[in-house]
Design a protein around this ligand. Structure first.
Ligand SMILES: Cc1ncc(COP(=O)(O)O)c(C=O)c1O
Length: 459
């Protein structure tokens, strides 16, 4: 079918001028009709040709309340009419003040916490790391500049966030990175080098942290940063003993504990914040994505009173850090409207309940398939890992297979993430408003594609 004129123009502009993130543009340039998403409603998006897809990834783990929410659009418009910008270097703005108080009241950091706004996840991580390092200096620990984070983790792309990230593939081109970033193994029950084959976690992954702290000298370490349920590697849920032990180690050694809630925050894992599953109180949390359900860019760091108070006093104590669009009033208004929806529609509880349903249905549909080694996750944040042998857990080769899988799913109207940054997985993270009927369609589509994959591979 010949393309309509506007599509031809759009395609030419994509070929000539567009640059997608983390994407080899040659693949897009060589595609005769690259997919352009034009419209969304609830959990469905439509491309420019009118084909509908279930958005099983909520954009990029962010459109928690679904597309087309008039209430958020109205809040944005109303705020634009009132005032479209206020400088965060000079004045607080009304919606950001209200939002800061709201976030403090909700978060496990503490009701007396202070909130520093930015525009996204990388900036939130960058800011949290700078606050932790300056805090350590302000309280007299000049030498505490190191950080502890996890291998294979993703915390964003700015230089500080990239340094605490553990994906070697995306670090190499930009080295040397920020000095002092140390990395520990992931608490990954299915693939743990120490105890995957054992019934219970041996606790070796937290002993690794303890050993590293001792090896590096606690007086050199500023902070730990970890994502409650780790996205990269496929929705990896640490054992229940893990974060309480990290909390003990950080507290005993004067280390700031930062939880990166950029994906897990705002209901994704079936709790308002992922950290709540482990019942610990971190010193800081980084937020973005679901904070506005991506209706407007916004990120935040929630900082404990103890840390924030260290910055309050003399001119020399102030935080020397800021961003023009941090805490933009329109973004804050969007966030307030978004949080009102999450609370009123009980989307956190819904994520917990529908997440259980999704996992149960995936187990029913896929457990007998030889290529599916593991189905895991929390709430509506679920990963399926591919293997060539269920017994030995031999991982399937990723690479071109991931593109093939993605194309097969897209052809059947499902967007989700096929990722092989660790071992190959499909990840699901749909809007929290997804219906059970849509979940059934997701499961049926994945089952069909897994069957097609096994046929291709003669499994
Ligand atoms: C856990 C985590 N932290 C930080 C980031 C960076 O966020 P952004 O892409 O908004 O800079 C991401 C992005 O996916 C993330 O998943």
């Amino acid at each position: 079918m010949a393309l309509a004129q506007p599509d031809l123009q759009l395609n030419q502009a994509i070929k000539d001028h567009t640059w997608l993130h983390f994407t080899q543009m040659k693949n897009v340039i060589d595609d005769p009709s690259p997919m352009v998403i034009a419209r969304g409603e609830g959990s469905t998006v439509w491309d420019t040709r009118g084909k509908a897809y279930i958005d099983g990834l909520a954009g990029l783990f962010c459109v928690n309340v679904g597309y087309g929410r008039q209430e958020i659009i109205d809040a944005i418009t109303e705020q634009l009419h009132k005032i479209s910008y206020v400088s965060p270097f000079s004045y607080p703005n009304e919606p950001a003040i209200e939002l800061a108080a709201k976030l403090a009241s909700m978060s496990p950091v503490g009701k007396d916490a202070r909130v520093f706004f930015v525009t996204g996840g990388s900036e939130a991580v960058e800011s949290a790391l700078k606050i932790a390092k300056q805090y350590q200096r302000l309280r007299g620990f000049e030498g505490r500049y190191k950080t502890i984070s996890r291998r294979s983790a993703y915390h964003g792309t700015t230089m500080g966030a990239l340094s605490v990230g553990g994906l070697t593939g995306i670090r190499k081109a930009y080295e040397p990175l920020v000095p002092g970033a140390r990395h520990v193994p992931i608490p990954h029950r299915y693939r743990c080098d120490y105890c995957a084959a054992m019934q219970d976690c041996s606790g070796q992954c937290t002993r690794e942290i303890e050993n590293l702290i001792e090896f590096e000298d606690p007086a050199t370490i500023a902070a730990t940063i970890m994502e409650p349920v780790q996205n990269s590697g496929g929705c990896i849920v640490p054992p229940m003993t893990y974060y309480p032990e990290v909390r003990r180690l950080t507290r005993e050694n004067g280390i700031v504990m930062i939880m990166d809630e950029v994906i897990c925050g705002f209901g994704r894992t079936g709790k308002m914040f992922g950290t709540e599953h482990w019942g610990v109180q971190p010193d800081m949390m980084t937020l973005a994505k679901g904070l506005t359900s991506a209706y407007y860019p916004l990120g935040a760091v929630i900082i404990s009173k103890e840390i924030a108070d260290t910055f309050i006093g003399a001119e020399s104590q102030k935080l020397l850090h800021g961003i023009t669009f941090g805490g933009h009033p329109v973004a804050a208004a969007a966030a307030l409207a978004n949080l009102a929806i999450i609370e009123r529609e009980h989307l956190v509880e819904q994520a917990a309940e529908k997440g259980e349903y999704l996992k149960a249905e995936l187990h029913k549909a896929l457990d007998h398939h030889p290529s599916i080694g593991d189905i895991r996750g929390a709430g509506l944040f679920v990963g399926l890992e591919f293997v060539t042998d269920k017994e030995t857990r031999q991982p399937m080769e990723g690479g071109p297979m991931m593109g093939w899988l993605s194309d097969q799913l897209l052809a059947r109207g499902l967007i989700c993430r096929c990722d092989d940054r660790l071992d190959p997985v499909i990840q699901l993270s749909p809007p929290l408003v997804i219906t059970k009927e849509e979940i059934d369609r997701i499961v049926a589509t994945i089952q069909e594609v897994v069957g097609a994959l096994e046929e291709e591979l003669h499994m």
